[in-house]
Write a protein that binds this ligand. Structure first.
Ligand code: ZN
Length: 412
C-alpha cells in the first residue's frame, strides 16, 4: 500500500512538473501510444518505449522525444500518434524535430496515397513555419500538380499557398492560387476568398500608386485595371473605391473621384469617415462647397456618425454661419449613439452663454469627441487608433472599421 502511494505521488509530481513546463501534451501523446501498443500490438511494447517513458518520468522530455522519434515503429495504428507528435513539435517551435518525424513517416513503405499527401502537407507546414518558404511553396505546388490528388488535400495545399504568398508579399501569385479556391470544382467559402483577392489586388494597386511619381498614363491605366479587378472580386471593397478616388485625384479627375467615393456609404457606412478627406479634396473648388455640404448631410441622415457631424459643422461654419451650425449640432448630437451619455454636457458646452465664442466652444467639443473615435476588428476585437486593412491582431483582411459605440470609460 505504501509502495502504491509512493508511485501515485511520484506520478502526480512528475505531471505537475510537466504541466508547469507547459509540456502536458507530450505525456498525453506517449500515454496514447502506450494504450495503442498495449491493446493492439503487444510486439511493439519494446525496450525503446519503456526507455522513452522512463526518460519522460525522469523529467527528460527531450530525451524521451528523441528516443520515440528514432526508434518507434510506424504502423497503421501508431501513424496518427506520430502525426500528432509532429504537429505538437511544430507548435513548440521545434521545427527540425517535426521535420524528422514527418520525413521518417514519408519513408515508410506501403503508405496509402491519401496518407502520403497528408504527411506531405504536414511537411510543407514544417518548412513554412521554420521560414523555409521557398521549399514549402515547391512542395505544395508539387502536391497540387498531382493528377489524382485528394480533393481535400488540394484545397488545403492551395489555402496554405495563399497564406505563404501573403507572407512573401507575392500578391499576384496569391490572387492566382485563390482563383483555384473559388472555382466551382471544390469551392469552399468562395466569397471569403474573393474578398481576400480584392485586398490582394488593392495591395498591388497601392504599391504602384506609392511609387508612381510622376504618374504616367500607362501606370495609371495599370493601377485602374487592378482596382476594377478588385471590385469584380468584391463589389463592397471600400479600399478599392478609396484608391480609385486617390488615383483620379492624382490625375485631377475630380468628378471621377467623387463617383468612386459615392460608393462608400453603400459598401460599408462605417468607413465613411475614411472617405471624408478625399471628398473634401474633390469639393475644394468654391462653387462645389454647397454640393459638398448637401452630400455630407445626406450621408449623415442615412448613417449618423461623429466624423460626419464634425465635417458638416466645419463646412456650415464657413457657409451658413455660427447660429445655423449650433442649431445643426444641437439637433445632430442626440442622433449619435456613441455619445449618448455625453449629449447633455456637449449641448451645454455648445450653447453655453458667457463662455468663449462659438468657434472655441465647438473646438472644445470636437477635441472631446476625438476620444470616442477608434477602430476595432470585427474578428478579434483588438482596438486601434487608425484604419488597418489587415488586422494587426488576427491578420484578417477588411475586418477593421470605425466603431459607433462608446469606448469603455477606462480607455476614453
Ligand atoms: Zn483582428
Amino acid at each position: 500500500m505504501g509502495l502504491l502511494l509512493a508511485i501515485v505521488c511520484s506520478l502526480c509530481v512528475g505531471y505537475a512538473v510537466a504541466d508547469w513546463q507547459g509540456r502536458r501534451e507530450l505525456p498525453r501523446i506517449l500515454r496514447r501510444v502506450a494504450r495503442r501498443v498495449q491493446g493492439r500490438s503487444p510486439s511493439l511494447v519494446d525496450t525503446h518505449y519503456y526507455k522513452a517513458l522512463t526518460s519522460l518520468l525522469n523529467e527528460q522530455p527531450d530525451e524521451a522525444l528523441d528516443r520515440f522519434v528514432s526508434s518507434m515503429e510506424v504502423t497503421p495504428e501508431s501513424l496518427e500518434v506520430h502525426l500528432a507528435l509532429g504537429a505538437l513539435l511544430r507548435r513548440r517551435g521545434e521545427f527540425d524535430r517535426a521535420l524528422r518525424v514527418h520525413q521518417n513517416l514519408l519513408e515508410q513503405p506501403e503508405l496509402s496515397e491519401e496518407r502520403k499527401q497528408h504527411i506531405q502537407l504536414e511537411l510543407a507546414c514544417d518548412y513554412w513555419r521554420s521560414g523555409l518558404l521557398d521549399r514549402a511553396v515547391d512542395l505544395l505546388k508539387e502536391l497540387i500538380a498531382l493528377p489524382h490528388i485528394n480533393k481535400g488535400a488540394r484545397w488545403q495545399a492551395s489555402a496554405y499557398l495563399v497564406e505563404i504568398y501573403q507572407e512573401m508579399g507575392d500578391w499576384l501569385e496569391a490572387v492566382d492560387v485563390a482563383d483555384t479556391l473559388t472555382s466551382a470544382k471544390f469551392a469552399r467559402e468562395p466569397d471569403l476568398w474573393r474578398r481576400l483577392q480584392a485586398q490582394f489586388c488593392c495591395e498591388l494597386a497601392q504599391r504602384k500608386l506609392q511609387h508612381a511619381e510622376p504618374l504616367n498614363s500607362e501606370t495609371a491605366a495599370n493601377i485602374a485595371a487592378k482596382l476594377r479587378q478588385a471590385l469584380s472580386y468584391d463589389p463592397n471593397c471600400v479600399r478599392a473605391s478609396l484608391l480609385q478616388a486617390e488615383l483620379a485625384l492624382l490625375r485631377d479627375a475630380k468628378k471621377e473621384a467623387l463617383n468612386a467615393l459615392k460608393s462608400v456609404p453603400v459598401q460599408d457606412a462605417r468607413l465613411i469617415p475614411d472617405a471624408l478627406p478625399l471628398l473634401a479634396e474633390c469639393m475644394a473648388d468654391a462653387e462645389l462647397h454647397g454640393a459638398h455640404l448637401a452630400l455630407l448631410k445626406q450621408w449623415f441622415d442615412e448613417s449618423p456618425s461623429l466624423a460626419l457631424m464634425l465635417a458638416i459643422a466645419e463646412c456650415m461654419q464657413e457657409q451658413e454661419g455660427e447660429s445655423a451650425t449650433r442649431r445643426f449640432c444641437l439637433d445632430a448630437l442626440p442622433r449619435i449613439a456613441a455619445i449618448r451619455f455625453e449629449v447633455p454636457v456637449l449641448m451645454l458646452t455648445l450653447s453655453g452663454a458667457g463662455s468663449p465664442g462659438f468657434s472655441e466652444r465647438f473646438q472644445q467639443v470636437a477635441t472631446l469627441l476625438e476620444h470616442f473615435v477608434y477602430y476595432q476588428c470585427d474578428q478579434c476585437g483588438i482596438k486601434m487608433q487608425q484604419l488597418e486593412w489587415r488586422c494587426p491582431g488576427c491578420h484578417s483582411w477588411g475586418t477593421v472599421a470605425q466603431v459607433s459605440e462608446p469606448a469603455p470609460r477606462s480607455e476614453s
